[in-house]
Design a protein around this ligand. Structure first.
Ligand SMILES: NC(=O)c1ccc[n+]([C@@H]2O[C@H](COP(=O)([O-])OP(=O)(O)OC[C@H]3O[C@@H](n4cnc5c(N)ncnc54)[C@H](OP(=O)(O)O)[C@@H]3O)[C@@H](O)[C@H]2O)c1
Length: 299
């Protein structure tokens, strides 16, 4: 597969890590509710192997998916890892029960989390670790507040050689600025898609700094995006709505990297082919109307 079909390449700033812009998010490989083993363990391994065979070299994970489940599947499917594969993991949460996602953000929690990820992935050092702030309430939105203690702890782990590079997840622009004053930040992973565009200004600012923006829930998450505009555009372009949603992100800004999640080889192939969908400025403007309509409905 040519590199253009996976959206082209992106190098994380100040690093030697270059990835295809279309990667893969492993969260959907755990069991229902991101808890326990998958219903189809062989199918989960097959999805990962198919992704890498197709040229994907950026996989997003967390040891709290399962917990320990997705990292174990990644290790089973892909270890020893291809040299060009960049595995990005995240710290900051724990899963005491199937229903709960709790903060695990003391320096001791973060140190333990790094060692858990090293063990479950079978690595000596982690390429990129995102500090995932738990934000406010039950949703996926960020909440203001200092993250200096956590970023300082990750910077210490980086100096020890256990982490190569540091990113952030579920953070505000102020938290990004605070973290960047402490250490180099190579990526930010927040919720963003055609209908959820709170981070428009942050994306543009990060693009000016060459920092990757990696939207989570690029397809809408557990309830994939539904929109008549999206379906109309997809029909005209002979693409699927999910391909158009991903192509819109690729066109939105050159620092956006995709990590769509799926437990299905068929959906994986469909998502990887989104790099072949070209959107004109007029179509981009039409798709921009989806978020405007969503805002109008909720106000
Ligand atoms: N930092 C954070 O806080 C955070 C939070 C959430 C997720 N993440 C990361 O972001 C990644 C992406 O998020 P996500 O997986 O939750 O959501 P997503 O990529 O927006 O969507 C995944 C959902 O879409 C379905 N899907 C995927 N491809 C499809 C297709 N071509 N056609 C129809 N349905 C399709 C999947 O079901 P099937 O399995 O049936 O395909 C799944 O239900 C995760 O894997 C994880 O690595 C990070």
């Amino acid at each position: 597969m040519s590199e253009a079909t996976l959206g082209g390449r992106f190098t994380f700033p100040g690093t030697s890590l270059t990835v295809q812009r279309i990667g893969y998010g492993a969260m959907q490989l755990a069991g229902p509710g991101v808890w326990g083993p998958p219903k189809d363990p062989d199918g989960a391994v097959a999805v990962l192997r198919e992704a890498v065979a197709a040229g994907v070299n950026h996989i997003d994970t967390a040891d709290f998916y399962g917990p320990h489940v997705t990292n174990g599947i990644i290790k089973e499917a892909l270890h020893p890892y291809p040299t060009e594969l960049v595995i990005v993991t995240k710290l900051g949460a724990r899963r005491p029960t199937a229903e709960s996602w709790q903060p695990a953000n003391s320096p001791q929690d973060l140190i333990a989390g790094v060692h858990d990820n090293l063990r479950t992935l079978g690595l000596d050092a982690l390429d990129i670790v995102n500090y995932r702030a738990m934000g406010g309430g039950a949703g996926h939105g960020p909440a203001e507040g200092s993250i200096a203690e956590q970023v300082t702890a990750l910077a210490d782990l980086r100096r020890q050689g256990l982490i190569r590079h540091i990113g952030l997840s579920n953070v505000t622009a102020a938290q990004v600025a605070e973290a960047r004053a402490i250490t180099d930040i190579v990526c930010v992973q927040n919720q963003y898609n055609l209908a959820q565009r709170h981070d428009d200004a942050l994306i543009d600012d990060l693009a000016r700094q060459g920092i990757a923006y990696v939207p989570f829930f690029p397809l809408g998450g557990f309830s994939p995006l539904q929109s008549s505009t999206l379906s109309d555009v997809a029909g005209r372009l002979e693409a699927t709505p999910m391909q158009v949603a991903l192509a819109w992100l690729l066109h939105r800004s050159p620092n956006i990297l995709l990590i769509p999640g799926t437990s299905s080889v068929a959906h994986l192939r469909e998502n990887l082919a989104a790099g072949q969908v070209t959107l004109s400025p007029q179509t981009m403007a039409e798709l921009d109307g989806i978020a405007a309509a969503a805002v109008a409905v909720t106000h």
